[in-house]
Design a protein around this ligand. Structure first.
Ligand code: HEM
Ligand code: HEM
Length: 135
């Protein structure tokens, strides 16, 4: 598996554990007020990261490009700023809102970077420099 896919899946599983912990905490306490944070930890943190990892696993040429690593770090730093801030905002800390705003804007930029990767053509050269069509 390409390194960037491995990174996305490792990050995704950490968010799934945290998302499920937040879900269980809501269910057990019968206080569902943090559900938007729980939903986004699972959907942005687990589901979307895993889809990114799957895409790069299916497209190893694109996974080897530097922009894939830039995509990973932008997206993950955005999530790390956004999701804990959202969770604690829902638990009565509204002062954390700037982190959620900045984090979600970084996440949005990272998604545009991914769109660029998806629409860009696959390189025709292999790592050795020999055009793949010539092999
Ligand atoms: C053991 C695991 C989980 C538990 C105990 C749990 C628990 C909960 C609870 C208590 C709520 C609030 C429901 C409400 O008040 O309307 C909720 C909402 C939600 N959960 Fe989970 N959850 C779990 C896993 C997941 C996973 C894995 C995902 C996504 C991949 C997910 C996605 C959502 C979403 C999107 C909502 C918001 C639904 C809405 O808009 O009403 N949950 N969850
Ligand atoms: C930076 C990206 C995103 C931002 C800023 C964002 C923002 C929001 C906001 C403001 C709400 C309404 C919350 C409320 O009224 O309680 C919402 C709801 C929702 N979003 Fe997102 N969203 C983002 C990405 C996503 C993605 C990628 C998914 C799915 C893969 C998603 C799934 C949902 C769902 C299921 C709800 C309804 C449940 C809830 O209220 O939490 N969102 N989102």
């Amino acid at each position: 598996m390409p390194k960037v896919s491995e990174l996305f899946f490792k990050t995704a599983i950490v968010f799934l554990i945290l998302g499920i912990a937040a879900g269980l905490q809501m269910a057990i306490s019968e206080d569902h007020s943090a559900f938007p944070a729980h939903a986004h930890i699972n959907l942005l943190g687990w589901v979307t990261s895993a889809i990114f990892g799957g895409y790069y696993a299916l497209n190893p040429q694109k996974a080897a490009r530097r922009i894939a690593t830039i995509h990973y770090w932008l997206y993950t730093v955005g999530l790390v700023l956004m999701l804990p801030a959202l969770y604690f905002m829902m638990h009565g800390h509204p002062a954390l809102e700037p982190f959620a705003i900045v984090g979600s804007l970084i996440v949005a930029v990272a998604v545009l970077v991914f769109a660029f990767v998806v629409f860009s053509p696959e390189t025709t050269r292999s790592v050795s420099g020999v055009p793949s069509a010539a092999r």
